[in-house]
Design a protein around this ligand. Structure first.
Ligand SMILES: Nc1ncnc2c1ncn2[C@@H]1O[C@H](COP(=O)(O)OP(=O)(O)O)[C@@H](O)[C@H]1O
Ligand SMILES: [Mg+2]
Length: 246
C-alpha cells in the first residue's frame, strides 16, 4: 500500500534521513521506535510532504512520486488519504470541539454542514467526547484535546493514520485514556503508523516494529523479534535505556 525507498533529507549540514526504506501493507499497525533526534517525526512528515526530502521515492497505491521531481497532484492525493496526529495537539483554540472535527470536512472535503456534523458526532462518540462537543479547547484536559485531535484526523476517513508521539505531552494520568482510543482505532483495521515511546503499548498493538537510528531503519520485525530477542546491538542498548527511565 505504502512503499518508501531511499529517502534522504538534510537540514543544513545535518543529514537527518540517510536512505530510509519502509513498506506498509493495508491494515498494518507499524510502531516506529528509536532515540530522539533520529528522524522519526521527519519520516512521518515526508509522507505527506510537510518535510521535503532531497531524494527518494514514495508509492501510495497507484500514486507514485520521485522526491527529486515533486508533483503537486501526487502530494495532494497523498494528503487526502492520510491524517496526522501530532505530539502537540492539532486543534484550533478558537473553535469548539465539534467545529474542530467538522473543519476539514467542510473546508477540505467540501461536505455540507449537516453531513459534516453528523460525521463529527460519530467520531466524537468513538473517542468518548460526546459530552464535550460544544466545549472550547481551553476547557479541556490534555487527554481530551488529544482525543479531539484524533477524532479530527479520523473524520476525513484516511487510508493511513500517522501518529507522532500522541501521548508524550500528556500528564501521566491522562496517557491511558488516549492509548485506549488509539488501541480502538488500530484494532478497527485502519492502517496506522505510530511513533511512540510507549514500548509495552507498541508491543501489544503492532504487527510490526521499526527501529530507527541515525536516520535509517536499523532493524524491523515482529514485536517478539524486536522486544524479546533484539539482535541489533544498538536496538538492545536503546531498549535497555528506555526500560531504565520507566
Ligand atoms: N525544521 C527543522 N529544521 C532544522 N532541523 C530540524 C527540523 N526538524 C527536525 N530537525 C532536526 O532533525 C533531526 C531529526 O528530528 P526529528 O525527525 O524530529 O527526530 P525524532 O522525531 O526522531 O526525535 C534532529 O536533529 C532535529 O533537530
Ligand atoms: Mg519526534
Amino acid at each position: 500500500m505504502l512503499e518508501i525507498k531511499n529517502l534522504k533529507l538534510s537540514y543544513g549540514n545535518t543529514q537527518v534521513l540517510n536512505g530510509v526504506d519502509l513498506s506498509v501493507n493495508r491494515g498494518d499497525v507499524v510502531s516506529i521506535i528509536g532515540p530522539s533526534g533520529t528522524g522519526k517525526t521527519t519520516l512521518l512528515k515526508c509522507i505527506n510532504y510537510l518535510a521535503r526530502p532531497a531524494s527518494g521515492t514514495i508509492a501510495f497505491d497507484q500514486v507514485r512520486m520521485d522526491y527529486r521531481k515533486p508533483d503537486n497532484t501526487a502530494v495532494q492525493a497523498i494528503r487526502l488519504r492520510t491524517a496526522m496526529v501530532f505530539q502537540q495537539f492539532n486543534v484550533f483554540k478558537n473553535m469548539t470541539v465539534i467545529q474542530n472535527v467538522m473543519d476539514p470536512l467542510v473546508v477540505v472535503q467540501r461536505k455540507s454542514k449537516d453531513e459534516a456534523r453528523s460525521i463529527a458526532l460519530q467520531e466524537l462518540e468513538r473517542v468518548g467526547l460526546s459530552n464535550k462537543i460544544d466545549s472550547y479547547p481551553s476547557q479541556l484536559s490534555g487527554g481530551q484535546l488529544q482525543r479531539t485531535g484524533i477524532a479530527r484526523a479520523l473524520a476525513v476517513k484516511p487510508d493511513v493514520m500517522l501518529f507522532d508521539e500522541p501521548t508524550s505531552s500528556l500528564d501521566p494520568e491522562l496517557v491511558g485514556e488516549v492509548l485506549k482510543v488509539i488501541r480502538d482505532v488500530t484494532s478497527s483495521g485502519i492502517t496506522s503508523l505510530l511513533v511512540t515511546h510507549e514500548m509495552q503499548f507498541a508491543k501489544n498493538i503492532s504487527n510490526r516494529i521499526v527501529f530507527m537510528d541515525r536516520g535509517v531503519v536499523a532493524a524491523q520485525g515482529s514485536p517478539a523479534e524486536i522486544f524479546d530477542t533484539p539482535s541489533n546491538p544498538r536496538l538492545a542498548q536503546f531498549l535497555s535505556s528506555e526500560h531504565s527511565i520507566q
